[in-house]
Structures are given as structure tokens and as C-alpha cells.
Design a protein around this ligand. Structure first.
Ligand code: 3H9
Length: 652
């Protein structure tokens, strides 16, 4: 069935793409568009053409699922060249997201009109690619090299108002997009045909110094990923080479990247992120109502969760144990909202609406109308049980209960309720209003509608929801515990903390595991280890160094010292006292220290994660290896361009 239709009315042809869910440029769509170009161009009754899409969005890009197969003609770059060669004006009528190949098609049209809430981007870099159908050559001609580099190398999307200001679109249409686009098409049909973008002159960057600084920042952020560097190259080609040469270069680089292991890994994670939250058993099960959210606890996590809910348009009641804790909790939320406003993420009006959707209370009875009540109190079984018992006494019968525990047994917590089937684990990552990952922990007694509500809640918050079974640390923290344990083993065996950290930063993590622990606070892990001490198998190797460091009162950055010394430098420097402690501990255990190369460190750390991942899968804690990859990439900075630890095992 054709994915592209043409309707002619009063000399204007409306070409409609209908390829749900996101109108991706599949082979059928490209074929349909090629036919539409030919038919509208040769039909003398047509004076102008409107290109529009059905459903929730304009074309959101090439059909990435086709990238694993040989490409079939018509190829997108050729199609866009044909579009540019036409003698009748095409008006792209845009809504939803005009991304990647979709924006490139719009750039092939002579005019662009968009609905108020449309977003524009060339996000190929997030798939390990660069634009492959002229985007890097046309966009800088339209909006200047600086703005284009930001969109192409940073994968940044711009909103309609900004797009209008920088010249990416001609007009914003409030109301009926099609009617406004037809009106514009009629107007431009009366005027001389506008020049195609490829024929527009291109400017050099305004300041070479600023251009260099931007390039350096992009290179630093790339941390081993190739596509941002390729993005710089193609945008520079756009202003250094003749247009046709720049187009050929872009095509050549795009095709090389498309075949690269990095792009394959990033495509894997893109689709994994979308598949992990599809739970077959929830088909047909309706989630419960979700308007009023109760959050118990106004600490860092509680406040972050409350802010995430407010930013998603929900009403929140925060409950704290006393007035000063409540005030501090509310202030934390207000400051997150204010920060979102000052960064332009929400406007002043939305900020005020969200602020007034938050209430603070000391009495649990205030939660009697809440649809979902999330406890985010101190990580202790007895404390959490006491809170859940109080919620149980006041909540309405359909309310769903959630715990934000990151380690505790959710099944055991549920057993403190009259009806254990209503408690779910919602493990947020800090900062909760920013981090995309949400582990949805399923205790054995869980009711399906409660689970469906957990997933609906995650979707409402724009989170990537990954289901996890009950075990110490679920997927994310269990994986990280194994990673941390292996790092401790390596330090006791002969590596220095800074060697391990440097190797893993080189691997692509944003920071090393020891630096990360110093940032989070060493006392948290220490408390967990003490809690686990009684049940830890005696045969298991245990490294005492971290405990010794805590016993010295060194809890990381907040005390100025931890694995590293932060007294002079913000980034921390290796401390001879810690090196001495490590040497003593190795000696005490009778370990003859050996040196490890960077590759050996990386290899040992990754294979440890893979073994732990295998165990997590075998025990049914994760439903698929993709789930583990998604958790590691979105929760703990595993480099996206490597696809995740489990993907690496199959890809190599
Ligand atoms: C490109 O264009 C290269 C060109 O420069 C050159 C070519 C020569 N292809 O995210 P959602 C599926 S590269 C195939 O849940 P949302 C997705 O898997 C591309 N499928 O919805 C899911 O399927 P399912 C540049 C795609 O509303 C369903 O659509 N473009 C594609 O939260 C819904 O997706 C991009 O990188 C695709 N391109 O967000 C844009 N996109 O239902 C990538 C989505 O079976 N896409 N699907 O799970 C996005 O950013 C988001 O999907 C979008 C919608 C914002 C569009």
C-alpha cells in the first residue's frame, strides 16, 4: 500500500506521507515521494505543492531499521536533489518533530511552515552518524555555521520560535496547519521561484577563536565517540568546499559511519531503550488513575522525584516529619523549578502553575486522595516499614504505593502492608528530575494493574522504564557493586586507584569509579557493606581498603578527602597516605602486587560486568540483556557508543 498520497484542490497539490508511527523514510515512503515529485512537476494543473504528514509527527528521519540491510533506490540524497530541481514551489508543513532525514527533506523544499510546538533537529550524531542527505551542507547555508554545528554535532533540537528566529522556517502556523500551508503555497505560487538552499551563499564562522573553542568543547565531550568529530568535519566542509564537493564528502563519511561498530552499538541502544518497557503480560491491562502524587521525604531524592512529577504536570503533596525538614524539602523543589525556568526549559507561567501544584504537609492524612504514594525516606527497612504502615492506614483503596529503595527487598517491604500486591519499587537515579532511567522493581506479590501504573507513571515522566526483579541492588546497583568490587580487587592486586579511573575514563565513562565514590560520599557504601556483612559468604574475597578509608573519617569530597585528596584541587589528586594504606593492605593479605596495563584494567572490569549481567539474567532479575545495557548506559554513564556491556560481548 502506498505511503504517500496526492490530492489536488484548486491548483494546489497536497502530498501526504502516512507511515506510522513516526513517518520514517522507509523505501516505500521514498518511492512514494519520488513519484509525487514526478507527478506534481508534470501536471500542468498544479502550481504549488504542500508536503504534510499524518499522525503525531512530520518525518522523524530515515527508517533506521533499514540500516542493517542494503540500501534500495531511490536514495534520500537523490530524492532531495530532485526536490530542489523542481520548478514549482514545495511548502513543507511541519508538526511534531522534523528530525534527521525529515528535516533534510524540509530543507529540500523552497518554504517551511510549522506548528507552534514543532521541534527541529539533526540528531544523527546520537546514532553514531552525521546527516547523510545534505543536512550538513544546506543547514549552515540557512542558519549559519555556528547554529548548524550546535545542532549537528550536539544533536540539539530547536523549538519553532527559535527556528523562526534563526531562519530555519518561514512562518509559524497556529491553528489549522494545512490551511495555513495551502495559503502560503498560493502566495508563493504568484512570486518568482525562491532559490534552492544549496544555491545560497555560505558564511565563514564569525569568530575563528570562538569556533575553535566550540570545536574543543565538542571534542572533549565526545570521549571516544567518532560522530561528533565527523560532524565538525562536514560542517567545515560546507564553508570550505564547493557545495557539490561538500555533499559528496558528507555522503562518503555518512556511509562509512553507517557501517561502523559505533553506529551499530548506538542503534542497538536506541531500539533497546524502546523495547525494554514493553511487557507482554500487561497487554490489555489498564493502569490506575495518576493525577495526585504523594511523596514522603523531602531529601535529595524526594525533592527530585517531586520536581519530576511537577514538571510532568502532576499534583504533588510532600510529607515530612517536622516543619523544618518540610520547609527544606519544599525549598529544594522550588530551586529545581527555578533552575528549569532560568534555563528556559519552562516558561514563567508554567513555573508558577507547577509551584502552586505542590503542597507540603506533616500529616499522612493529607495523602488520602493521592493516586500514587512514593516513599523516599532513609534507606533502612524499619524506617521504611513504619512509613508504609502509616500510608496504609490513610490511603484510598485504589492508591498505588511505591518505594524508592535502591537496595532493600521490596517483597519484604510489601509484606508490611495489608495488601502486599499494591507496592512497587520505583528506583529513581539522582538527580531524579534529570536522569532518564527508572528501574521498576516487581516484588513477587505485585498486582498487574499496579505494575501497569508504574509503567504509565514512567511514561508520563518521560523516563525509560526498565523492569527488574528483587535482589540486592536490582540491576543497576548490583552491576555497579560488581564493578566496584573488581576495582577494589585490582587495587589490592597492584593497580593504583588513579590507574583504574584513568583506564575507565579512556574506555568512555565520564568519571572513574573511585572518583565517583568520592563524589557520592563513601559513607553510603560503607553503611551498605556493614548491612551486608552478616550475610556475605565467608568464601567471598573482601577488600577492606574502602572501610579503612572511612574509618579515617575520609568520606570523599564532602570531607575534602576520600580515595583522593581534594584539599588543593577540585578534581582531587592521588594521596600518598592512601597509597601507603593500599600497600599495607596488599602486604597484610600476602598479595604480591603486579602492574596492570590500561587494556588489562578495561578488560577485567568489563568482563566482570558481563559475568554479573549473565548472573542477573540467569536469575530472572533482568528480562533481557538489552535491559542491562539500557540500565548501564542511562544510569551509570557506560559509553553509549559501546552499546552496553552485554552488547559488547555479542558484538565482539
Ligand atoms: C537519518 O535520518 C539519516 C539521514 O540523515 C540520512 C539518510 C540517508 N526509524 O521514540 P518513540 C520507532 S537517521 C525507525 O517511542 P516518541 C521507534 O522504534 C534518523 N523507527 O516515540 C518506536 O517503535 P516501536 C534520524 C523509528 O514519540 C516508534 O517509532 N532521526 C525511528 O517518544 C515510536 O518511537 C532520529 O534519530 C526511525 N528513525 O518519540 C529520530 N524513530 O513502537 C529518532 C522512531 O516499535 N526518533 N522509531 O517501539 C526519535 O527521536 C523519537 O522516536 C521521536 C518520537 C522523537 C521521533
Amino acid at each position: 500500500m502506498s505511503k504517500v498520497s496526492i490530492e489536488i484542490s484548486d491548483e494546489i497539490a497536497v502530498v501526504t506521507v502516512d507511515n506510522p508511527p513516526v513517518n520514517a523514510l522507509s523505501h516505500l515512503v521514498r518511492t512514494g515521494l519520488a513519484e509525487a515529485i514526478q507527478q506534481t512537476e508534470t501536471n500542468p494543473e498544479i502550481v504549488a505543492v504542500v508536503l504534510i504528514c499524518t499522525g503525531r509527527t512530520f518525518i522523524a528521519g530515515a527508517d533506521v531499521r533499514e540500516f542493517n540491510k542494503p540500501a534500495k533506490p531511490p536514495h534520500l540524497p537523490d530524492l532531495i536533489e530532485q526536490l530542489e530541481d523542481v520548478q514549482k514551489p514545495w511548502v513543507a508543513a511541519l508538526h511534531g518533530t522534523a528530525l534527521g532525514g525529515g528535516l533534510e527533506v524540509a530543507l529540500g523544499c523552497r518554504h517551511r511552515i510549522a506548528k507552534t510546538d514543532t521541534r527541529f533537529g539533526l540528531p544523527e550524531v546520537n546514532l553514531g552518524l552525521i546527516p547523510g542527505a545534505g543536512g550538513s551542507v544546506r543547514l549552515p547555508r540557512l542558519i549559519g555555521p555556528e547554529a548548524a554545528l550546535d545542532m549537528i554535532a550536539g544533536g540539539r533540537q530547536v523549538a519553532a520560535q527559535k527556528a523562526l528566529e534563526i531562519g530555519l522556517i518561514d512562518e509559524i502556523a497556529s491553528g489549522d496547519l494545512l490551511a495555513k500551508a495551502i495559503k502560503l503555497a498560493r502566495q508563493v505560487a504568484q512570486m518568482p521561484l525562491a532559490k534552492p538552499i544549496i544555491c545560497l551563499p555560505i558564511k565563514q564562522p564569525e569568530s575563528q577563536a570562538e569556533w575553535l573553542a566550540t570545536k574543543t568543547a565538542i571534542k572533549n565531550r565526545a570521549r571516544g565517540q567518532l560522530s561528533p568529530l565527523a560532524a565538525i568535519e562536514v560542517v567545515e566542509n560546507a564553508f570550505n568546499l564547493p557545495a557539490q564537493e561538500a555533499l559528496s564528502k558528507e555522503r562518503e563519511i555518512f556511509l562509512t559511519l553507517k557501517k561502523s561498530p559505533q553506529s551499530a552499538a548506538m542503534r542497538h541502544i536506541f531500539f533497546a531503550e524502546r523495547s525494554v518497557s514493553k511487557i507482554a503480560e500487561l497487554k490489555g491491562i489498564a493502569p490506575r488513575k495518576l493525577d495526585q502524587i504523594g511523596v514522603i521525604g523531602g531529601g535529595t531524592m524526594g525533592a527530585g522525584i517531586a520536581a519530576a512529577c511537577l514538571l510532568a504536570g502532576l499534583f504533588v503533596t510532600m510529607v515530612e516529619r517536622d516543619q523544618s525538614s518540610l520547609q527544606a524539602g519544599l525549598e529544594r523543589v522550588f530551586s529545581i523549578l527555578e533552575n528549569s525556568r532560568s534555563r528556559g526549559l519552562i516558561n514563567a507561567q508554567k513555573h508558577d502553575v507547577m509551584k502552586s501544584a505542590l503542597t507540603g504537609e506533616l500529616d499522612y492524612k493529607s495523602l488520602s486522595q493521592a493516586d500514587l504514594i512514593i516513599e523516599a525516606v532513609f534507606e533502612d527497612m524499619a524506617v521504611k516499614n513504619a512509613v508504609l504502615t502509616q500510608i496504609d492506614a490513610v490511603a484510598h483503596p485504589d492508591a498505588v504505593f511505591a518505594t524508592n529503595t535502591s537496595y532493600l527487598d521490596v517483597g519484604e517491604l510489601a509484606s508490611s502492608l495489608a495488601d502486599p500486591s499494591r507496592l512497587i519499587g520505583l528506583h529513581f537515579f539522582s538527580p531524579a528530575h534529570i536522569m532518564k532511567l527508572l528501574e521498576i522493581v516487581r516484588p513477587p506479590q505485585l498486582d498487574s494493574a499496579v505494575l501497569a501504573t508504574g509503567f504509565a507513571f514512567a511514561k508520563r515522566l518521560g523516563k525509560i522504564a526498565v523492569p527488574a526483579g528483587v535482589c540486592d541492588g536490582f540491576i543497576a546497583n548490583r552491576m555497579m557493586s560488581s564493578y566496584r568490587r573488581e576495582a577494589d580487587y585490582m587495587v589490592e592486586d597492584g593497580a593504583w586507584p588513579q590507574d583504574v579511573d584513568a583506564a575507565m575514563v579512556e574506555f568512555g565513562f565520564p568519571m572513574g569509579i573511585f572518583a565517583m565514590q568520592d563524589m557520592a560520599g563513601l559513607d553510603i557504601g560503607w553503611a551498605t557493606r556493614k548491612r551486608q556483612a552478616a550475610t556475605r559468604p565467608k568464601s567471598m574475597r573482601y577488600v577492606d581498603i574502602a572501610d579503612r578509608i572511612c574509618e579515617m573519617g575520609r568520606f570523599g569530597r564532602k570531607t575534602g578527602q576520600g580515595w583522593y585528596d581534594y584539599s588543593d584541587e577540585k578534581t582531587g589528586k592521588p594521596d600518598p597516605a592512601i597509597e601507603q594504606l593500599i600497600l599495607e593492605e596488599s602486604k597484610r593479605k600476602g598479595i604480591k602486587r603486579i602492574r596492570f596495563s590500561t587494556d588489562e584494567i578495561m578488560g577485567r572490569m568489563i568482563s566482570t560486568m558481563q559475568s554479573e549481567g549473565r548472573a542477573i539474567l540467569d536469575e530472572g532479575i533482568a528480562s533481557s540483556s538489552q535491559a542491562i545495557d539500557v540500565v548501564m548506559v542511562n544510569g551509570y554513564g557506560f559509553p553509549r557508543w559501546r552499546g552496553g556491556p552485554m552488547y559488547m560481548k555479542t558484538a565482539n
